[in-house]
Design a protein around this ligand. Sequence first.
Ligand SMILES: Cc1cc2nc3c(=O)[nH]c(=O)nc-3n(C[C@H](O)[C@H](O)[C@H](O)COP(=O)(O)OP(=O)(O)OC[C@H]3O[C@@H](n4cnc5c(N)ncnc54)[C@H](O)[C@@H]3O)c2cc1C
Length: 505
Amino acid sequence: MGAKATIAIIGGGASGAILLLRLNRVFGDQMLVKIVDPDEHLGWGRAYSTSDEAHLLNVSAENMSVFDEHPLDFVDWLKAQGHEPHQIPTWPFVPRAWFGSYLSQKIAEVPTTRYQHIGARALSLRRKAGIWFVKTDIDHVVEADGVVIATGFEKTLSSTLLKTATSTALAWVIQPYDTKKLNEIGASDSVVIVGTGLTAIDVYRQLRKHTAGKIHFISRHGFLPLRHPNENLESEIRLPRLNGFSPIQIFQTLRAFEKTRIISWIQIVNQVRRQSGDIWRAWSPRERGQFFRHLKTYWEISRHRMPSFVADELLQDAANGRVQIHPGRIISTKAAGTQIQMQFQPRGTTTAAELLCEWIILATDSKIEESLDIRQVKMAVKKSQHGLGYVNIGAGNLWLLGPSAKASLWESTAVPEIVSQALVISKQIISAFHDQNENIFTVHPMAVGQTYWQHLTGALGYTLTFAKTVIILGIHALLPFLFADYASNRVRDLTRLFNKRRLKK
Ligand SMILES: Cc1cc2nc3c(=O)[nH]c(=O)nc-3n(C[C@H](O)[C@H](O)[C@H](O)COP(=O)(O)OP(=O)(O)OC[C@H]3O[C@@H](n4cnc5c(N)ncnc54)[C@H](O)[C@@H]3O)c2cc1C
């Protein structure tokens, strides 16, 4: 690396924060990171800025480390905060706000000489003579050698329902994370939640704590997310490589596997997830359109799952009539006395039906934020089709991260995916800024996202574990009544750890 390089990250949500942590580890004082985000605190973003502990992670805490080389970093952090797994009733799904605290604490450990937080909204991008210029809404232009777009999701949901609701009804239409408004909902008020995905489940769990009124869910298909299995066992059956298959062929192939009953649907989905980027990139625009029209909903409910105990809560509430799920399309909403009358067309019927409620809560899919003006950098980046963020065309040190990169990667939202992407980006930044005088001691550590010393400590740690195991195994050979399970347990733990890292990659 030559002179100190500067990278601007647009967006300081979880993605921006994870990349900052990675760049800090890899480059240390050799890099200055400028994060542009109007939010006061980095790392929380859309997903983790909730303070409601009913909002849980939908990924196991064991997969939420922000450091690829230390897969249990988040779990260790939880323990250090006094959150022992066996004392957490919802384990391994912990409150999302805890993950936000974890990220902000990790950021607080980064020396402030290595990054700047520019509290502004980025408006447009320009590049001249190899330098990037990020124009912001505070009349300040951020300059950098490279730029990363990590602007995530739109802050507020928009929907035709909001646009067409009468002005009286509008007062009763609530955004899903507007805690203040949600708390205004009366104990016996009935509510319509628009959407049946994980955001809708968040709203349901929050409401369930303080209201006893009826909760209606409405969405086109009325499908709820599948449940996480209690044990996530890997299948020994390997699916074929599916890139090159059309969406319909893939669906038929997977159904055929499922019918054999030697591999479960969840195990199938887990394996397809690892191929999803390759499959997505191989599809033509027409095939992607087919996927959107016919299969996306099925994929989303299989892929974004809810904890098993939440599924049980819902089933129980549905059985006692408190929760009702309506597959259908909203036609209109209007005020009816003190209530809202919603007309909808139940799926598969031709006659309209009606619902009465006190509140409507929008909990549909969030749209990806795409408001950055990139017209002046057409050679480097463009907006994608289907509202999936941006597409990197390749010219000049520009990277996309997290949901902003969905158009090229498809699965690009969950923390494990963002952590892997941050690692890849850090490697590409190394190649982009590396000078020719490569240091043989740092080439491999940098390629795996570590400094020489981090790599040395990690590798020596494994060496010591192996050495201790060999000694104990020797003692066990001589005195078989001692350390009967020690060596086999260590080998099993290490195999699990290496498998996990391999699968993540
Ligand atoms: C409700 C919810 C729950 C989730 N739960 C989980 C989970 O349990 N486990 C998991 O692995 N994943 C989860 N995810 C997915 C994932 O972790 C998030 O998508 C991730 O937080 C994405 O982070 P981000 O920084 O890319 O986007 P965001 O969190 O949306 O943050 C984007 C940031 O960019 C800023 N920004 C936007 N535009 C500009 C601009 N023009 N200029 C400057 N700044 C800008 C915003 O202010 C914001 O701070 C969840 C997602 C959501 C929405």
